[in-house]
Design a protein around this ligand. Structure first.
Ligand code: NDP
Length: 336
C-alpha cells in the first residue's frame, strides 16, 4: 500500500515513517522545503530509502495546498501529523489556529476531490482535545472533549495550542459527517510524548516541544532546581504512538474512532531519578537528588482500554522511554 504522511520532518512523523516502512508500506512525506524533504529521505538506510519520497507543501493553510500531491500518487491511506506545536505563538490565528484547522480540513477536501483510492485518513489529534483542566473528571477516555472556546484560543496564549487541536479534530469529524466521503477517519489522541529524537533533526534547538524537558535536564538547565512538571503529568512513548497510527490506519475496525493513547504518569523528579540511575556520568547536570516530587496526590485516571482492545497496544514504561530518549540525545551530540 501507499501512504501520504504529512509533516514528515516532525518527531512523531519520523517514528510513524519508520513504523510504516517496517510494515512494508511505500511512503510519500510532505515537508515545507526541499532541504527538509531531502534530509528525511537521506535519514533512511539502504534499500528502504527507495520506498520513501517527498513532496514540498510550503503552506498547509493555503486552499488546495495538498491538491497536487494527492493527484500525483494512488494513495491508499493518509496520515496527517503536520500541525504547529509550540508553547507560545506570536500570532495565535496565523501561526497556530489557521495551519492546524485549515491544514486538517484542507487535506480532507483535497482527498475527497482528487484521491478516490484513499480508504482512510488518520489524524494526529492530541490529549489536548480530550482534557479539561482544571475540572478533571475522575477518569478520562475517548468520550471527553476539551471545552476550550475560540475566545480563549485567541486571547490566552496558554490555551491556543489546546484549542488548535480541539477545533481541528472537531472540524475533521464534522467534515466526515457532512460530506460522507469515500474514506473514513480515525484520530490518535496521544498525550505528551517522549522518545528517541528524529534522525533527520538538524539541531537540538529545533527539537519538538514535548522532549524539551528531557533535553534541558541533560543540558544541565535544571541542575540548581527542578522545574515544575505542571500542567501535564501523563506521557506516552513515541514508538507506541507510531504503532497506534499504523494500526488505526490498517485495521478495518479502527475506522470512525478516536483513540486516547497514554502510557502512564511522570514527573520531572521521576525523570531525573531515572537518568541518575541509567547515566551516572550525567550526575552533575541533573537536578538536586533530594528534589521533592511535585506529582499531585489527587490526579485523574485514564482509560486506555479502547486502544488496547482495538489496536492491541501494549504501553512502554517511563524508564525505557526516558533512557532511550537520553541515549538518542547523547548520540546526537552537542549537548552543551
Ligand atoms: P514537531 O514539532 O516535531 O512536528 C510538527 C510537524 O508539523 C513538523 O513536521 C512541522 O514542520 C509541521 N508544521 C508545524 N507547523 C506547520 C505549518 N504552519 N505548516 C506546515 N507544517 C507545519 O512536533 P510533534 O512531532 O510532537 O507533533 C506532530 C503532531 O503530533 C502535531 O499534530 C502535534 O499537535 C501532535 N501531538 C504531539 C504531542 C507531543 O507530545 N509531541 C502530543 C499529542 C499530539 P517543520 O519541521 O517544517 O516545522
Amino acid at each position: 500500500g501507499k501512504v501520504l504522511l504529512t509533516g514528515g520532518s516532525g518527531f512523531i512523523a519520523s517514528h510513524v515513517l519508520d513504523c510504516l516502512l517496517e510494515h512494508s508500506y511505500e511512503v510519500v512525506v510532505t515537508a515545507r522545503s526541499e532541504e527538509k524533504g531531502r534530509r528525511i529521505v537521506d535519514s533512511i538506510d539502504g534499500s528502504l530509502g527507495k520506498k520513501v519520497s517527498f513532496a514540498v507543501v510550503e503552506d498547509i493553510a493555503r486552499d488546495g495546498a495538498f491538491d497536487e500531491v494527492v493527484k500525483a500518487h494512488p494513495f491508499d491511506y493518509v496520515v496527517h501529523t503536520a500541525s504547529p506545536y509550540q508553547l507560545r505563538f506570536d500570532d495565535p490565528v496565523k501561526d497556530c489556529l489557521d495551519p492546524a484547522i485549515k491544514g486538517t480540513t484542507g487535506i480532507l477536501k483535497s482527498v475527497k476531490a482528487f484521491a478516490p483510492t484513499v480508504k482512510r485518513i488518520v489524524i494526529t489529534s492530541s490529549s489536548a482535545a480530550v482534557l479539561n483542566p482544571p475540572n478533571h473528571p475522575k477518569v478520562y477516555d475517548e468520550t471527553s472533549w476539551a471545552d476550550v472556546t475560540w475566545d480563549q484560543a485567541v486571547s490566552d496564549p496558554a490555551q491556543t495550542y489546546r484549542a488548535s487541536k480541539k477545533f481541528s479534530e472537531k472540524a475533521a469529524w464534522d467534515f466526515i459527517a457532512a460530506e460522507q466521503p469515500g474514506f473514513d477517519l480515525a484520530t490518535i489522541n496521544n498525550t505528551y510524548t517522549f522518545g528517541p529524537i528524529p534522525r533527520s533533526l538538524a539541531s537540538l534547538g529545533g527539537l519538538n516541544t514535548s522532549n524539551h524537558r528531557i533535553r534541558d535536564m541533560v543540558q544541565g538547565k535544571m541542575k540548581h532546581a527542578i522545574q515544575p512538571t505542571a500542567p501535564v503529568f501523563t506521557f506516552v512513548d513515541v514508538r507506541d504512538v507510531a504503532l497506534a497510527h499504523v494500526r488505526a490506519m490498517a485495521f478495518p475496525e479502527a475506522g470512525g474512532h478516536r483513540f486516547y493513547v497514554v502510557g502512564g504518569y511522570f514527573s520531572n523528579t521521576r525523570i531525573a531519578d531515572i537518568i541518575r540511575g541509567s547515566h551516572p556520568e550525567l550526575r552533575n547536570q541533573l537536578p538536586p537528588a533530594d528534589s521533592a516530587d511535585d506529582f499531585p496526590s489527587e490526579l485523574w485516571q485514564f482509560d486506555t482500554s479502547k486502544s488496547k482492545k482495538l489496536l492491541g497496544l501494549e504501553y512502554t514504561g517511563l524508564e525505557k522511554s526516558v533512557v532511550d530518549t537520553v541515549d538518542s540525545i547523547l548520540k546526537f551530540g552537542c549537548v552543551d
